[in-house]
Design a protein around this ligand. Sequence first.
Ligand SMILES: NC(=O)C1=CN([C@@H]2O[C@H](COP(=O)(O)OP(=O)(O)OC[C@H]3O[C@@H](n4cnc5c(N)ncnc54)[C@H](OP(=O)(O)O)[C@@H]3O)[C@@H](O)[C@H]2O)C=CC1
Ligand SMILES: O=C(O)[C@@H]1CCC=N1
Length: 270
Amino acid sequence: MDMAQVHARGLVLLGCGKMGSAMLQGWLADGFPPDAVTVLDPFPSDWLKAQGVRLNAPLPAAPAIVLVAVKPQMMADALPVLKPFGGGETLFLSVAAGTPISFYEDVLGAETPIIRAMPNTPAAVGRGITAIIGNTYATADQLDLADHFLSAVGEVVRLGDESEMDAVTGLSGSGPAYVFHMVEAMARAGMAEGLPEALAMRLARATVTGAGELLYQSGESATQLRINVTSPNGTTAAALDVLMAETDGLPDLMVRAVKAAADRSRELAK
Ligand SMILES: NC(=O)C1=CN([C@@H]2O[C@H](COP(=O)(O)OP(=O)(O)OC[C@H]3O[C@@H](n4cnc5c(N)ncnc54)[C@H](OP(=O)(O)O)[C@@H]3O)[C@@H](O)[C@H]2O)C=CC1
Ligand SMILES: O=C(O)[C@@H]1CCC=N1
């Protein structure tokens, strides 16, 4: 299916909160026509109202894609409105954490093309990463179509097995929050060393965004970039001795944090 056909058939977005609007923002910035998008959301934000999309309007007859972006806990209430599109040519693309493909097959019919995706919020600035996996009814063309759409908001990786989705959720889906929390923690640490709050936050924020951009632009590995900062017997080495401690260091803490997120994803599936 080419883009002209996708525009003509339309795209439906079920739930336009933080993730739905991050992705919509990316697509509109990429040139997707707002009047080809129908959004269903009971309490649309002011941002959404200003985008020129068809808001809580009648649904198109056979949308090319339905993007499901409601919370897993709302899914059973929200999804049935889309049942008429099940088992047809509409591709369902869901970003809901912990909601397995089998759930959609049960509600929409087993012969519905469904792609489960796990994006992250940097999609709003075109720098997300989304992992996808389709069911047996999702054709190669439909996987390419999802890949094309999601590439407008960042990188796309295809998984070999749906069971990988819980770990992906714990790593990249939730991951931006870990980085934002690191900024908070670094700023607090700077304040503990005597800096005023605003200066500490400015330094922490610029350090993390600058380091992220360096990692993005340079061809070097994260390990080499870390080594480049670390003078022998200098200040960074002193800090890394603490962060890389075998027990209670950052690697240990990160294993526990990502495991907690992945476990929660598995729990949501029950
Ligand atoms: N936030 C993130 O970083 C990521 C989130 N996800 C997944 O994306 C999904 C959405 O998460 P997020 O955007 O954070 O959550 P939000 O609560 O911000 O967004 C969900 C939206 O769906 C709306 N909604 C509730 N009920 C219905 C309904 N019956 N029909 C249509 N819309 C409805 C909500 O409205 P109201 O607020 O008024 O209830 C809200 O605007 C979740 O499944 C989550 O697992 C995936 C990857 C990353
Ligand atoms: O916290 C959550 O459940 C969602 C899924 C990944 C990021 N946010």
